[in-house]
Design a protein around this ligand. Sequence first.
Ligand code: IMP
Ligand code: MG
Length: 189
Amino acid sequence: MMPSVKEVLLSSEDIKEKVREIGERITEDYRGQRLLLVGILRGAVVFLSDLMRHLQLPCEIDFMEVSSYGADTTSSGVVRILKDLQEDITGRHVLIVEDIIDTGLTLSYLRRSLLARKPASLEICALLSKPSRRKIDLDVKYVGFEVPDEFVVGYGIDFAGAYRNLSDIHALKPEGGRQPSLPTFLSED
Ligand code: IMP
Ligand code: MG
């Protein structure tokens, strides 16, 4: 029996179908152009690697890693760039690829910071979005699934660094209001 803390929200089949669909839309929208996918480390790695194989376009990839500042400054949406792009994006068509958008503050900041580098275009593609959590208006061109306000893991998305390798996306159910401990969540009895 699966532990109570682990519930499949989106199966690998659901995800596969959706990723293919988004890939086709992007292929249509960027026809005749060269695209630079910017994956946000580390959660977007699995999504990006599947998505890029559905793009019938000349396409390159690059990565950024960001982290939020402490709790007192998160409301300002200021993020620290831990790893910057290697490519110069001036004049390029750039598509940010993200795993999940929660408050939207991280991507809103990132978007502004990348716009200052004068790309030809800049759009956002997120596999998941939690619209009920949004604190800022953010224009997201491609969204895979809207999910409820629950903590999710799998398909690249982690809890304390774990569960990125799960093929399905699961909701982590808190036990008695607490986050489940890692070994409890992993055990199957
Ligand atoms: P935002 O700035 O609040 O939109 O933060 C988005 C980031 O928070 C995502 O890129 C994830 O790294 C993380 N995050 C938000 N919700 C979840 C979740 O349910 N599971 C795992 N990480 C999450
Ligand atoms: Mg992230």
